[in-house]
Every structure is written in C-alpha cells, then in structure tokens.
Ligand binder design. Structure first.
Ligand SMILES: [Zn+2]
Length: 123
C-alpha cells in the first residue's frame, strides 16, 4: 500500500473529503488516512471535525473511508501540496476477461460450411 504524489513522491498519508463516502452528511470533513505498519489508520485532526464526528458513528465512517482508499478512490489528496494522488493498494485487481471474440461469418462461408457453393453472380 502506498500513496504516490506526482509532486512530492511517496507520502505516508492522504486526505480525503468525507463527501466521498458520506455525501452531504460528511461534506467538508477532512479525513486523514495514514499508513501505519501496513495498515490504514483514519483520523479527523481538525478540531471542528472531531467535534462533529462525535455525533456520528465514527467507526463506521472510518471503515468506509478505508474501504474507499483500498478501492483506490481517486479523490485522495496529498497532505503536503494538496494535489490528487495515486493510490497503489498493492492488491492485484482481478483481471477482467476480455470479451469473447465473436467470429462473424460471411453468408458465403456459411453456405460453404454446409457444402453449398455460393451463387456465382456471373452465372
Ligand atoms: Zn504532494
């Protein structure tokens, strides 16, 4: 698991707006996600956010934030420069099987498969 900022390189934490998981309920709440011993730790360091979260199911939202980050949410920001960062969860994403190639046969080929000769346009 790592957070990569184009400007600052690898950073140890990222900032994600609560709106990503809680919609308007958590709009403007700054969640900080830190990597500690390979695990993600969520906190809301801003005093008014701490106060606000007291009235909510904090644990549940912290879990939702972790899930969003693990899912490589694209709305995480660098704590240093505020730019959006890349998240590498280190988990191989399940490869999506390529769509089956559908062979489109021409009518003539189908006729040929049945042992029927195509109609000669000149004949
Ligand atoms: Zn940065």
């Amino acid at each position: 698991m790592k957070f990569e900022c184009e400007e600052c390189g690898e950073v140890q934490s990222c900032v994600i707006d609560g709106y990503s998981v809680g919609d308007r309920l958590l709009e403007g709440v700054e969640f900080h996600v830190e990597i500690k011993d390979g695990k993600l730790k969520v906190s809301t360091p801003m005093p008014h956010d701490i106060e606000y979260m007291k009235d909510l199911n904090e644990k549940r939202w912290h879990k939702a934030i972790i899930e969003a980050v693990m899912d490589e949410a694209d709305d995480c920001k660098c704590p240093k420069c505020g730019e959006y960062i890349e998240i590498d969860s280190g988990v191989e994403r399940k490869a999506v099987a390529p769509p089956k190639k559908i062979e489109v046969k021409r009518a003539q080929d189908i006729l040929h498969d049945f042992g029927i000769r195509g109609i000669d346009p000149d004949g």
